[in-house]
Design a protein around this ligand. Structure first.
Ligand SMILES: [Fe+2]
Length: 260
């Protein structure tokens, strides 16, 4: 089966790009299932129930989040109610929502989607390295295919987690930096890996935000209200091919499409 992972959808430009092009992308590339990180979909900070609902309607099967998961209070009941959206599993267990979702491809193949957050510069409640083993066992009990979105800053954490899980999950895809890396590969045990899937949104920016606003903050040190940029919109991510029986990845490639 073939899974499309859509990297961090940033603001209205990223959302619109997905809504406008996803049906054609699914068709053109024979995609069976789509997982999208939407932690920046609401003007760069978090996601709302309305945006998540629109992404599902556009053809996204499961949504992952990250360090901005809880920025929009409105979404808390939605995180509890909708089984297709996950926030980092190693956040506090009494925070809204869940970290593991199981969705099905059109042929009935079950796919578990697990979201974790890194420890470097981010606020994990528990170590992802400690939390993940029990979660992978839980995921594999429910689905042959297991995809992990590891939302983390440090390359070493991402490579390390993927190496630790090699052979026990289908793919570990890194998110959060918004810069796509050039290291997509299937590890020796059969786990597909990419350090960072990139960003779906305006690339004429500093990782999604208007360049002049980010520079004003860096140069003056003063507080500046960030706004999403709008130029050079691209969809980025990864395409993962896997054996639906064993759950092993057979190929992984980065994905990139200029929308305007
Ligand atoms: Fe993030």
């Amino acid at each position: 089966m073939r899974i499309l992972f859509i990297a961090d959808i940033f603001g209205a430009p990223g959302r619109r790009a997905v809504e406008q092009t996803l049906p054609a992308i699914r068709e053109q590339h024979g995609i069976d299932l789509v997982v999208a990180n939407a932690e920046n979909a609401a003007d760069g900070v978090g996601v709302t129930s309305r945006i998540a609902t629109r992404l599902f309607a556009a053809g996204v099967d499961a949504i992952t989040l990250g360090n901005h998961a809880f920025r929009q209070k409105e979404v808390y009941p939605f995180l509890e109610a909708d089984q297709r959206i996950v926030r980092p599993a190693n956040y506090a267990s009494n925070a809204p929502g869940r970290g593991l979702a199981v969705v099905a491809a059109p042929d009935g193949t079950r796919v578990a989607v697990l979201n974790l957050i890194g420890q470097m510069y981010l606020d994990a409640s528990r170590s992802p390295f400690e939390a993940v083993n029990g979660l992978v066992a839980e995921a594999r009990a429910q689905a042959p295919v297991v995809l992990i979105d590891f939302h983390a800053e440090a390359t070493s954490e991402k490579v390390g987690l993927a190496r630790m899980l090699d052979g026990s999950v289908t793919a570990v895809i890194g998110t959060h930096t918004h810069v796509q890396t050039n290291d997509a590969r299937v590890l020796p045990g059969g786990t597909g890996y990419l350090t960072d899937a990139g960003m779906t949104g305006p690339h004429d920016s500093v990782i999604g935000v208007r360049t002049e606003l980010v520079l004003r903050r860096f140069v003056t040190g003063l507080p500046v209200r960030f706004e999403p940029a709008d130029g050079d919109v691209r969809i980025e991510g990864a395409v993962i091919d896997c054996d639906a029986g064993s759950g092993r990845a057979t190929a992984i490639e980065t994905y990139r499409l200029s929308v305007r």
